[in-house]
Ligand binder design. Structure first.
Ligand SMILES: [Zn+2]
Length: 158
């Protein structure tokens, strides 16, 4: 286990929670402007995904920014083993357990239901992860889906 990497993840997770607090009363477009000017770090950028900014408008228009709540069952699901190592950097000791499709960046915080945001976890690790972002792989930089989601939200709100 790489403790240094875990430490960095937890620190960035805290920065994310702090940014959520900090940006609570901002307009979404103001945060977008900060992002486009290169003034935000990833934990701050991810605040742009938060449904609080667009859930009401989303319901009014009848569109879905994140997609369905759950991943549809895929063939790969049965073959995959628990990917706990991607979060906790530890191999799941329950490898033979069935796995469930989960959102790498939590759906409740704006993580989309897309293959690039999907990981498979055993029920125990899925439950343990929940909406926690302290061990999200922040060190990997912007998720591949981020720009597309920002654009969808921009079209909805601005
Ligand atoms: Zn597991």
């Amino acid at each position: 286990m790489n403790l240094e990497k875990l430490k960095i993840r937890i620190e960035r997770g805290e920065q994310y929670l702090l940014a959520l607090e900090e940006f609570r009363n901002w307009e979404w477009g103001e945060i977008l402007a900060e992002y486009r000017d290169g003034r935000l770090a990833l934990p701050q950028i991810m605040v742009l995904m938060h449904p609080d900014f667009y859930a009401v408008r989303e319901a009014q228009v009848g569109m879905s920014i994140r997609g369905p709540r759950s991943f549809s069952t895929t063939a790969g699901q049965h073959a995959a083993s628990c990917m706990a190592d991607r979060i906790w950097l530890l191999t799941c000791p329950l490898r033979r357990s069935e796995v469930q499709a989960d959102h790498l960046f939590p759906y409740s915080l704006g993580g989309p239901t897309l293959a690039a945001n999907q990981l498979f976890l055993c029920p125990a690790h899925n439950s343990a992860k929940g909406s926690d972002v302290h061990l999200f792989p922040w060190e990997r930089g912007e998720p591949s889906w981020l720009a597309m989601q920002v654009e969808k939200i921009r079209k909805l709100l601005l």
